[in-house]
Design a protein around this ligand. Structure first.
Ligand code: SF4
Ligand code: SF4
Length: 93
């Protein structure tokens, strides 16, 4: 088998799919994905009228989820499963 996979104690093979992108046009900033991710990958950010990130503490037009520490992702896909707007893209390593 090519790519990164994990053999579970049961002997089953699991292929993690790591977070690649969040479609911020679709994101409604509900925060559900943030609550289920236990790996400190995600953070809510503010966007201005043009859809560009604002500095922390500045006024924003809209709040959306962002991938701030992709290196922490373990590929569990819990964020994608809970997202009501199907914002997430995941891929194997
Ligand atoms: S796949 Fe799992 S670890 Fe990675 S961002 Fe989503 S919830 Fe967090
Ligand atoms: S669950 Fe989906 S819609 Fe809600 S904040 Fe996360 S990415 Fe945005």
């Amino acid at each position: 088998m090519s790519g990164f996979s994990v053999t579970l104690p049961s002997g089953r093979v699991w292929i993690p799919k790591f977070v690649q992108a969040i479609d911020q046009n679709k994101c409604i900033g509900c925060g559900r994905c943030f609550k289920v991710c236990g790996r400190d990958v995600l953070a809510m950010i503010g966007l201005d009228e043009e859809g560009l990130p604002v500095e922390e503490g500045e006024d924003y037009e809209k709040q959306v989820m962002a991938i701030v520490h992709p290196e922490n992702c373990v590929g569990c896909e819990a964020c994608a499963k809970i997202c009501p707007k199907k914002c997430y893209t995941h891929a194997p390593a």
